[in-house]
Design a binder for this molecule. Structure first.
Ligand code: 4NP
Length: 170
């Protein structure tokens, strides 16, 4: 399916080397397993450009590999750019600081696309994916678990409604 006719989702964190590439890779993996990968256009970006061009953090890659996702090393970090707000249908922030950064950059006409990635999960105490960068590997495992839960919930949500009026439901 071409980019123009797919549902386009952008995952955003600070550096685009830990949380958002994990979210992108996990979402893609779950979508493949559910047979809807070709209906989606997925990407990730950071609000901070200091890691542009870098592969995901090795700890994130190792945790993903341990859980059966082997292709994450191919992703390359980039910074969010103005066109992203026009081109994507959903822009999912990992934490409230990311969401605030996006809100200040995003045109008023596109603000409805901005949401917290975990907002799809009911009944959480905390709707942020915690930044694992300065912590132990267990933080990366927790990020991976949250990404799995949220990806499944988003896929259910997208399948359950006619997500974009000009497209058939997933
Ligand atoms: P991410 O994690 O936003 O999940 O990619 C971080 C990556 C790099 C930095 C902070 C968080 N940093 O300070 O360079």
């Amino acid at each position: 399916m071409s980019r123009s006719s797919s549902v386009k989702i952008l995952f955003v964190c600070l550096g685009n080397i830990c949380r958002s590439p994990t979210a992108e890779a996990v979402f893609a993996h779950q979508a493949s397993q559910q047979g809807v990968r070709e209906r989606l256009w997925l990407d990730s970006a950071g609000t901070y450009g200091g890691h542009q061009g870098h592969a995901p953090d090795q700890r994130a890659q190792t945790v993903a590999q341990q859980r059966g996702i082997t292709q994450m090393g191919k992703l390359k970090a980039r910074r969010i750019k103005a066109e992203d707000f026009e081109q994507f249908d959903l822009i999912l922030a990992m934490d409230l600081a990311n969401l605030e950064d996006l809100r200040t950059q995003c045109p008023a006409s596109q603000q409805h696309k901005l949401q917290l990635f975990l907002s799809v999960l009911p009944g959480l105490n905390d709707y942020e994916v915690p930044d694992p960068y300065y912590g132990p590997v267990s933080g990366f495992e927790h990020v991976f678990d949250l990404c799995q839960q949220a990806s499944d919930a988003w896929l259910e949500s997208l399948k359950g409604r006619n997500f974009m009026l000009n497209r058939p439901p997933l």
